[in-house]
Design a protein around this ligand. Structure first.
Ligand code: SAH
Ligand code: SF4
Ligand code: F3S
Length: 463
């Protein structure tokens, strides 16, 4: 049992899946220092906000949350208790000093590349707790260190992993060298770094050993993964998938997010060869207009994207596609937007995420004139989402009558129901007892509801 095991940490996570992964790693790093996770903010001795900087709205949330935390801290102190507050993640990386200045309530500010130093930072912040407020300074760490963060983070804790369930994220690559002109990620996450193959395989084995059946490999540009194996060979994401496929007990593998320019033949071949590699691919294109794609610095055309999709579907005909779209990038005309609707029609998405362009300080896009008025962005977003919703509905409907392998993960929304995921990442609900949870079951799809499928267990005798 660690010392001071009575302390509690509450971590609030914003943003992408990598932040979800990072929050778990932070919890794992703090556990040996006596901090156990809690879901109850009221009982927390330490609150960490793991933040996202991707759009203006995401960033603003941090400051309003800090306002609320200040009140909560005041109440705790009035009752004789206390609470420390830390800001992690991409807002911390982008605005370190600024956060400490605007919100003196914050004890710690640290970016994604400093998580392995969290216990040390915490000790330093704690030693300041009893200082006069005028002398107290937040501990700030937004350096991009030379050392390998992952080698210094403690391994995932087995008991924590068991508590987290049957599916898990595993970061294999972090950072981005693409510099799309709208995007903050290359600045908040730093340059592309891939974890060594042995580290990835070890972590995957540990997860599977703790009962995980499905792993989603994460990276800002996960398909730019280039790890080194024991012999010093360069291993791409495709080859990594073949190696992971050999782990007994690992039943499903996914990866996200991919860049069209890094979808190489090796990865496409892995989709052809590996049944555990799920037929669902998040492959953002952002826009269907070549002019806008160029201004975004995406470095490919709409036609190249479509021919890539063709090659992928030739390898895995049932591949379901998902994408991201930005409407209202500076200079986007009606025709450019129509081109985006066209590429959506031509591709046919199972799902897609879409956003109004948000100017981000420090990105090349921030210096462009010709901003699109807000009401035009709103209208375009609405039209785009209508089209995507139709495609999603049609995709779900096309499953009715099929029997799909469903990884049953949890109790359902209704009593007597359980829920899981199809290979295409659709939520599936079915009648059944909780002993179905934990395995892949054959489920006949008998209907759809707004965002999910309704299924019926296929009995072994009938299968
Ligand atoms: N690495 C991923 C994207 C990470 S950000 C990739 O390259 O696909 C997730 C999505 O947020 C992006 O795909 C983009 O659609 C959106 N996004 C990023 N910056 C944005 C901005 N400034 N305004 C609006 N949407 C943005
Ligand atoms: Fe951002 Fe582009 Fe890198 Fe994706 S590829 S993280 S959108 S800069
Ligand atoms: Fe947001 Fe950082 Fe992820 S900006 S989307 S939390 S990489």
């Amino acid at each position: 049992m660690p010392q001071n095991a009575s302390k509690r940490v509450f971590i609030k996570t914003y943003g992408c899946q990598m932040n979800v992964y990072d929050s778990d790693r932070m919890a794992d790093a703090l556990a040996p220092h006596g901090y156990m996770p809690t879901q109850e903010i009221g009982e927390a001795d330490l609150v960490l906000l793991n933040t996202c900087h991707i759009r203006e709205k995401a960033s603003e949330k941090v400051f309003s949350e800090l306002g609320r935390l200040k009140e909560l801290q005041g109440e705790k102190r009035a009752a004789g208790g206390d609470m420390m507050i830390g800001v992690a993640g991409c807002v911390a990386q982008a605005e370190g000093e600024e956060i400490a200045r605007r919100a003196p309530v914050v004890d710690l500010v640290f970016g994604p590349q400093a998580y392995h130093r969290l216990p040390d930072m915490l000790a330093r912040a704690q030693s300041q707790r009893h200082m006069h407020p005028a002398l107290k300074k937040a501990v700030i760490d937004t350096d991009f260190p030379e050392e390998d963060k992952f080698a210094h983070l403690p391994a995932a804790r087995k008991e924590a992993t068991i508590a987290r369930g049957l599916t898990a994220f595993l970061t294999v690559q972090e950072g981005c060298d693409k510099f799309c002109s709208f995007c903050v990620v290359p600045y908040t996450r730093g340059a592309e770094v891939s974890r060594p193959v042995s580290q990835v395989l070890d972590e995957a084995r540990l997860l599977v050993d703790a009962g995980v059946k499905e792993i989603t490999l994460l990276g800002q540009n996960v398909n730019a993964y280039h790890g080194t194996d024991g012999a010093g060979r360069d291993i791409g994401l495709g080859e990594l998938c073949y190696l992971l496929a050999e782990i007994p007990g690992l039943e499903r593998l996914r990866y996200t997010t991919s860049h069209p320019r890094d979808m190489d033949d090796g990865l496409i071949a892995a989709h052809r060869d590996l049944p555990l590699l799920m037929p669902y691919l998040h492959l953002p294109v952002q826009s269907g207009s070549d002019r806008i794609l160029k201004a975004m610095n995406r470095k490919h055309t709409a036609a190249e994207y479509l021919s890539l999709i063709e090659r992928i579907k030739a390898a895995r005909p049932d591949m379901a596609l998902s994408g991201d779209f930005i409407v209202g990038f500076p200079g986007e005309t009606d025709q450019d937007f129509e081109d985006t609707l066209t590429i959506i029609r031509d591709t046919g998405y199972a799902s897609a995420y879409s956003f109004k362009y948000s100017t981000r300080p420090g990105t090349p896009g921030a210096n462009l004139g010709d901003q699109v008025p807000e009401e035009i962005k709103t209208e375009r977003l609405y039209r785009l989402q209508e089209l995507v919703n139709q495609q999603t509905t049609a995709f779900h409907a096309s499953m009715v009558g099929k029997t799909l392998p469903v990884l049953v993960e949890r109790v359902g929304r209704m009593p007597g129901q359980v829920g899981g995921r199809s290979p295409y990442l659709q939520a599936v609900h079915l009648e059944g007892a909780t002993d179905l949870i934990g395995a892949i079951r054959q489920v006949e799809i008998i209907g759809t509801s707004t965002n999910s499928l309704v299924g019926r267990l296929v009995r072994a005798s009938a299968a």
